[in-house]
Ligand binder design. Structure first.
Ligand code: 5SP
Ligand code: FE2
Length: 218
Protein backbone atom coordinates (compact mmCIF):
# COMPACT_ATOMS: atom_id res chain seq x y z
CA UNK A 1 0.00 0.00 0.00
CA UNK A 2 1.36 3.30 -1.03
CA UNK A 3 0.57 6.92 -0.27
CA UNK A 4 1.13 8.97 -3.42
CA UNK A 5 1.11 12.71 -2.67
CA UNK A 6 -0.52 14.87 -5.34
CA UNK A 7 1.28 18.19 -5.75
CA UNK A 8 -1.70 19.92 -7.37
CA UNK A 9 -2.55 21.86 -4.24
CA UNK A 10 1.01 22.28 -2.97
CA UNK A 11 2.35 25.82 -2.78
CA UNK A 12 4.64 25.78 -5.82
CA UNK A 13 6.79 28.51 -4.33
CA UNK A 14 7.93 25.99 -1.72
CA UNK A 15 7.80 22.85 -3.83
CA UNK A 16 11.49 22.09 -3.64
CA UNK A 17 11.51 21.96 0.16
CA UNK A 18 8.20 20.07 0.21
CA UNK A 19 9.65 17.43 -2.12
CA UNK A 20 12.57 17.04 0.28
CA UNK A 21 10.06 16.51 3.12
CA UNK A 22 8.31 13.81 1.11
CA UNK A 23 11.63 12.05 0.59
CA UNK A 24 12.23 12.28 4.34
CA UNK A 25 8.83 10.66 4.91
CA UNK A 26 9.94 7.70 2.73
CA UNK A 27 7.51 8.55 -0.03
CA UNK A 28 8.52 6.81 -3.27
CA UNK A 29 6.32 8.52 -5.81
CA UNK A 30 4.38 11.76 -6.32
CA UNK A 31 1.25 12.27 -8.41
CA UNK A 32 1.41 14.96 -11.10
CA UNK A 33 -1.94 16.13 -12.48
CA UNK A 34 -1.80 17.54 -15.99
CA UNK A 35 -4.95 19.47 -16.96
CA UNK A 36 -5.73 21.28 -20.20
CA UNK A 37 -8.77 23.41 -19.32
CA UNK A 38 -10.83 21.39 -21.78
CA UNK A 39 -11.23 17.83 -20.50
CA UNK A 40 -11.52 19.42 -17.04
CA UNK A 41 -12.33 23.03 -16.16
CA UNK A 42 -8.87 23.77 -14.79
CA UNK A 43 -5.32 24.22 -16.06
CA UNK A 44 -2.31 22.93 -14.15
CA UNK A 45 1.07 21.78 -15.38
CA UNK A 46 2.55 20.74 -18.72
CA UNK A 47 5.28 18.28 -19.79
CA UNK A 48 8.11 20.71 -19.00
CA UNK A 49 7.06 20.60 -15.36
CA UNK A 50 7.60 16.82 -15.36
CA UNK A 51 11.09 17.50 -16.66
CA UNK A 52 11.83 20.07 -13.95
CA UNK A 53 10.63 17.74 -11.20
CA UNK A 54 12.80 14.93 -12.58
CA UNK A 55 15.80 17.26 -12.35
CA UNK A 56 14.96 18.29 -8.80
CA UNK A 57 14.14 15.02 -7.03
CA UNK A 58 14.62 11.27 -7.11
CA UNK A 59 10.92 10.76 -6.33
CA UNK A 60 9.17 8.83 -9.09
CA UNK A 61 6.34 10.52 -10.99
CA UNK A 62 2.85 9.13 -11.47
CA UNK A 63 1.50 11.37 -14.23
CA UNK A 64 -2.29 11.72 -14.46
CA UNK A 65 -3.35 13.16 -17.80
CA UNK A 66 -6.64 15.05 -17.68
CA UNK A 67 -6.50 16.31 -21.24
CA UNK A 68 -8.86 16.06 -24.18
CA UNK A 69 -6.26 14.64 -26.53
CA UNK A 70 -3.74 12.47 -24.66
CA UNK A 71 -2.32 11.11 -27.95
CA UNK A 72 -1.00 14.57 -28.67
CA UNK A 73 0.91 15.09 -25.42
CA UNK A 74 2.05 11.62 -24.41
CA UNK A 75 5.34 11.64 -26.38
CA UNK A 76 6.42 14.86 -24.70
CA UNK A 77 6.01 13.20 -21.30
CA UNK A 78 7.47 9.79 -22.20
CA UNK A 79 10.71 11.62 -22.92
CA UNK A 80 11.19 12.16 -19.16
CA UNK A 81 10.53 8.51 -18.22
CA UNK A 82 8.02 8.89 -15.38
CA UNK A 83 7.06 5.78 -13.39
CA UNK A 84 3.68 5.80 -15.04
CA UNK A 85 1.30 7.72 -17.28
CA UNK A 86 -2.43 7.39 -16.76
CA UNK A 87 -4.88 8.39 -19.47
CA UNK A 88 -8.61 8.85 -19.10
CA UNK A 89 -10.80 6.27 -20.82
CA UNK A 90 -13.28 9.09 -21.57
CA UNK A 91 -10.64 11.16 -23.39
CA UNK A 92 -8.76 8.68 -25.49
CA UNK A 93 -10.20 7.56 -28.79
CA UNK A 94 -7.53 4.85 -29.18
CA UNK A 95 -6.85 3.76 -25.64
CA UNK A 96 -5.46 0.29 -26.45
CA UNK A 97 -2.95 1.75 -28.87
CA UNK A 98 -1.94 4.45 -26.42
CA UNK A 99 -1.59 2.08 -23.47
CA UNK A 100 0.63 -0.15 -25.60
CA UNK A 101 2.74 2.79 -26.66
CA UNK A 102 3.29 3.87 -23.05
CA UNK A 103 4.26 0.31 -22.06
CA UNK A 104 6.65 -0.03 -24.98
CA UNK A 105 8.71 2.78 -23.39
CA UNK A 106 9.02 0.86 -20.12
CA UNK A 107 6.56 3.21 -18.42
CA UNK A 108 3.53 1.90 -16.51
CA UNK A 109 0.32 2.45 -18.45
CA UNK A 110 -2.73 3.50 -16.47
CA UNK A 111 -6.38 3.90 -17.33
CA UNK A 112 -8.47 6.36 -15.30
CA UNK A 113 -12.23 6.46 -14.96
CA UNK A 114 -14.45 9.35 -13.97
CA UNK A 115 -17.13 8.84 -11.31
CA UNK A 116 -19.79 8.65 -14.04
CA UNK A 117 -18.00 5.88 -15.96
CA UNK A 118 -18.99 2.37 -14.99
CA UNK A 119 -16.64 -0.48 -14.26
CA UNK A 120 -18.19 -2.44 -17.17
CA UNK A 121 -17.14 0.26 -19.66
CA UNK A 122 -13.47 -0.45 -19.02
CA UNK A 123 -13.68 -4.20 -18.61
CA UNK A 124 -11.56 -4.77 -21.72
CA UNK A 125 -9.05 -1.96 -21.21
CA UNK A 126 -8.11 -3.12 -17.71
CA UNK A 127 -6.82 -6.40 -19.16
CA UNK A 128 -3.75 -4.60 -20.47
CA UNK A 129 -3.41 -1.79 -17.91
CA UNK A 130 -0.67 -1.68 -15.28
CA UNK A 131 -2.74 0.71 -13.19
CA UNK A 132 -6.45 1.49 -12.91
CA UNK A 133 -7.17 4.89 -11.40
CA UNK A 134 -10.62 5.24 -9.87
CA UNK A 135 -11.59 8.90 -9.57
CA UNK A 136 -13.24 9.38 -6.20
CA UNK A 137 -14.13 13.00 -7.06
CA UNK A 138 -15.01 14.61 -10.37
CA UNK A 139 -11.64 15.47 -11.92
CA UNK A 140 -10.38 19.04 -12.09
CA UNK A 141 -9.68 20.24 -8.58
CA UNK A 142 -8.11 19.24 -5.30
CA UNK A 143 -9.93 19.58 -2.01
CA UNK A 144 -13.24 18.01 -3.01
CA UNK A 145 -15.40 15.60 -1.06
CA UNK A 146 -14.76 11.88 -1.45
CA UNK A 147 -17.54 10.07 -3.38
CA UNK A 148 -18.02 6.93 -1.31
CA UNK A 149 -20.02 4.81 -3.82
CA UNK A 150 -16.87 4.70 -5.99
CA UNK A 151 -15.51 2.08 -3.60
CA UNK A 152 -17.92 -0.35 -5.20
CA UNK A 153 -15.85 -0.06 -8.39
CA UNK A 154 -12.66 -0.62 -6.44
CA UNK A 155 -14.06 -3.84 -4.96
CA UNK A 156 -15.15 -5.05 -8.40
CA UNK A 157 -11.73 -4.27 -9.85
CA UNK A 158 -10.08 -6.20 -7.07
CA UNK A 159 -12.36 -9.20 -7.52
CA UNK A 160 -11.80 -9.20 -11.28
CA UNK A 161 -8.03 -9.15 -10.92
CA UNK A 162 -8.13 -11.97 -8.41
CA UNK A 163 -10.30 -14.15 -10.63
CA UNK A 164 -8.33 -13.46 -13.81
CA UNK A 165 -4.92 -12.86 -12.28
CA UNK A 166 -4.61 -9.45 -13.87
CA UNK A 167 -1.58 -7.44 -12.84
CA UNK A 168 -2.93 -3.89 -12.44
CA UNK A 169 -2.57 -1.76 -9.34
CA UNK A 170 -5.74 -0.03 -8.15
CA UNK A 171 -5.28 3.65 -7.36
CA UNK A 172 -7.87 5.92 -5.76
CA UNK A 173 -7.70 9.64 -6.44
CA UNK A 174 -9.66 12.49 -4.86
CA UNK A 175 -10.82 13.33 -1.37
CA UNK A 176 -8.55 10.80 0.30
CA UNK A 177 -7.67 11.87 3.85
CA UNK A 178 -7.43 10.51 7.39
CA UNK A 179 -11.18 9.85 7.43
CA UNK A 180 -11.50 8.09 4.06
CA UNK A 181 -8.21 6.22 3.58
CA UNK A 182 -9.20 3.17 5.61
CA UNK A 183 -12.33 2.56 3.55
CA UNK A 184 -10.14 2.67 0.41
CA UNK A 185 -7.76 0.21 1.99
CA UNK A 186 -10.64 -2.11 2.99
CA UNK A 187 -11.88 -2.04 -0.61
CA UNK A 188 -8.39 -3.29 -1.62
CA UNK A 189 -6.99 -0.18 -3.30
CA UNK A 190 -3.19 -0.35 -3.47
CA UNK A 191 -2.29 3.28 -4.06
CA UNK A 192 -3.81 6.31 -2.37
CA UNK A 193 -3.40 9.68 -4.05
CA UNK A 194 -3.56 12.36 -1.37
CA UNK A 195 -3.34 16.06 -2.23
CA UNK A 196 -4.83 18.75 -0.04
CA UNK A 197 -4.79 16.69 3.15
CA UNK A 198 -0.99 16.48 2.95
CA UNK A 199 -0.25 19.98 1.73
CA UNK A 200 -2.78 21.89 3.82
CA UNK A 201 -0.76 20.93 6.88
CA UNK A 202 2.78 19.84 7.67
CA UNK A 203 3.44 17.12 5.05
CA UNK A 204 5.56 15.02 7.40
CA UNK A 205 2.98 15.03 10.20
CA UNK A 206 0.07 14.39 7.83
CA UNK A 207 1.82 11.43 6.19
CA UNK A 208 2.62 10.02 9.61
CA UNK A 209 -1.07 10.20 10.57
CA UNK A 210 -2.08 8.43 7.35
CA UNK A 211 0.53 5.70 7.85
CA UNK A 212 -0.68 5.21 11.41
CA UNK A 213 -4.29 4.86 10.23
CA UNK A 214 -3.23 2.29 7.65
CA UNK A 215 -1.22 0.23 10.11
CA UNK A 216 -4.00 0.34 12.73
CA UNK A 217 -6.49 -0.75 10.11
CA UNK A 218 -4.58 -3.88 9.11
O1 5SP B 1 -6.74 14.35 -10.18
C1 5SP B 1 -7.03 15.02 -9.20
C2 5SP B 1 -8.11 16.05 -9.27
O2 5SP B 1 -8.63 16.06 -10.53
C3 5SP B 1 -6.36 14.72 -7.93
O3 5SP B 1 -5.13 14.06 -8.12
C4 5SP B 1 -6.27 15.80 -6.87
O4 5SP B 1 -5.08 16.52 -6.95
C5 5SP B 1 -6.36 15.15 -5.51
O5 5SP B 1 -6.42 16.13 -4.54
P1 5SP B 1 -7.24 15.94 -3.18
O6 5SP B 1 -8.65 15.56 -3.54
O7 5SP B 1 -6.53 14.85 -2.41
O8 5SP B 1 -7.15 17.27 -2.53
FE1 FE2 C 1 -5.02 13.02 -10.12
Amino acid sequence: MKIVPSILNANLLYLSSDLAKLEEADIEMIHVDIMDGSFVPNISFGPSFVEKIAEETTLKQDVHLMVQDPDQIVDDILEFQPEGITIHYEASSHCFQLLDKIKSHGVKAGIAINPGTSYETVEAAIMIADRVLVMTVNPGFGGQKFIKPMLHKVRKLDLTRQINQYAYQIEVDGGVNDETILACCDAQADEFVVGSYIFNGDPLAQIETLNKKLSEGK
